[in-house]
Design a protein around this ligand. Structure first.
Ligand SMILES: NC(=O)C1=CN([C@@H]2O[C@H](COP(=O)(O)OP(=O)(O)OC[C@H]3O[C@@H](n4cnc5c(N)ncnc54)[C@H](OP(=O)(O)O)[C@@H]3O)[C@@H](O)[C@H]2O)C=CC1
Ligand SMILES: CC(=O)N[C@@H](CCC(=O)OP(=O)(O)O)C(=O)O
Length: 353
């Protein structure tokens, strides 16, 4: 447990990206953390106020290149880098440094599955075997002892928070999981991409990676681990959509109830599992989760509804992809790793409207 006056010295890799900016915003109000360095690639050398004007004036250091980062000056690094980059960079870092990775680099445990979905061999398999999957509510104890935490993808965060208590309790069929997911455009990062151009994403709703998104094997892996069955025994149909809003994510799960189980049983399980959780909220019966309920917060709101088809149910969960779906969960994990109050710097109520 850290003394309350002791500061954690943090570096943020990929600080000029969206998750980096969100990590800065959250850590600026963290009483036990000092931001020591920020890295960027093309924007290296620029002051924060040039990259993110809303974060100017807070005394943050200028962006530097990752090659010149003073690793010995920090206790922890947050890695908001593109896939495949973190595993190369952190392999050469001091082994005492704690690492909280927001990318997908250390989430997939099976090397063949990793290669199949990410298109290359893993560059740091030793580090992969050390990594702990950072879904805080489910893996809190392991995260507390971890050096390297692989934060879940934004969609898997919402999907697993919604489904895992139910699959673990045997209340729904783990082989009949159909997920329809929607994300704001920040989910695709700050780099210029045609799909997120205002003129192409605005006024529309675009499905993508239909039944072929890399978050499906990540979801299957975690459900399979919790049930102690091979990942191939779990099958998730997952279709994401890009929605013209900057942040927010909503997932709709269409599930089959186990024999004799009702929606009230599912609600009772959520209430039991999440009753004491600071960030996961089961809404009152009938209340509909919406992205507007979580914007800017580390909260996940969820609920379950009866389907018209007997024996089926519809589950809805909403998170902010940049908070609970990435940087907020990363800070939550840092708090756990350093023995701090888990909610520190994350108490922000949602922004509305
Ligand atoms: N956005 C989201 O909602 C979520 C994102 N993630 C994951 O988190 C990671 C970061 O995402 P996000 O912030 O959206 O990404 P962005 O594209 O917004 O930012 C990427 C950052 O990485 C830097 N960078 C790019 N290439 C390199 C390189 N070769 N070496 C060093 N630095 C590099 C960029 O610098 P520069 O700007 O100077 O080019 C920038 O700071 C990704 O892996 C993403 O998949 C996970 C969950 C949710
Ligand atoms: C809207 C959008 O493009 N979202 C991203 C997911 C962002 C995320 O959580 O991703 P990682 O697994 O990449 O870390 C996508 O579908 O690729």
């Amino acid at each position: 447990m850290m003394k309350s006056t002791q500061k954690i010295r943090a570096g943020i890799l990929g600080a000029s990206g969206y998750t980096g900016a969100e990590a800065m915003r959250l850590l600026l109000r963290h009483p036990n953390t000092e931001i020591c360095f920020l890295t960027a690639d093309r924007k290296a050398g620029q002051p924060v106020h040039d990259v993110y004007p809303h974060l100017g004036g807070y005394g943050l250091p200028d962006m530097i290149s990752v090659d010149t980062a003073p690793w010995d000056d920090v206790d922890v690094v947050f890695c908001g880098l593109p896939h495949g980059t973190t595993q190369e960079i952190i392999a050469s870092l001091p082994k005492t440094l704690k690492v909280i990775d927001l990318s997908a680099d250390f989430r997939i445990e099976d090397p063949a599955t990793y290669e199949e979905w990410y298109g290359h061999e893993h560059f740091a398999p030793d580090l992969q075997s050390e990594a702990v999957y950072g879904l805080t509510e489910i893996n809190r104890d392991e995260i507390g002892n971890a050096r390297l935490v692989a934060c879940p993808g934004c969609y898997p965060t919402a999907v697993l928070l919604a489904l895992m208590p139910l699959t673990s309790a045997g209340l729904i069929d783990s082989n009949d999981l159909v997920i329809d997911a929607k994300s704001g455009t920040t989910g695709a990062g700050r780099g210029l991409k045609q799909i997120t151009l205002f003129s192409e994403a605005g006024e529309g709703l675009s499905p993508y990676s239909i039944a072929s998104h890399r978050h499906a094997p990540e979801i299957e892996q975690e459900i399979a681990k919790s049930l102690r069955v091979p990942a191939a025994d779990i099958r998730v149909n997952f279709v994401p959509h890009l929605v013209p809003m900057s942040r927010g994510e909503l997932i709709t799960g269409h599930v089959r109830l186990s024999s004799g189980k009702s929606v009230d049983d599912l609600r009772a399980e959520y209430a039991s599992v999440y009753g004491d959780e600071p960030f996961v909220r089961l809404l009152p019966k009938g209340a509909v989760p919406q992205t507007q309920m979580v914007r800017g917060s580390n909260n996940c709101v969820l609920n379950v509804f009866e389907d018209r088809i007997p024996g089926r149910a519809t589950i809805i969960a909403a998170i902010d992809n940049l908070v609970k779906g990435s940087s907020g969960q990363a800070v939550q994990n840092m708090n756990v790793m350093f023995g701090l109050e888990e909610t520190t710097a994350l108490e922000q109520a949602p922004l509305f409207p």
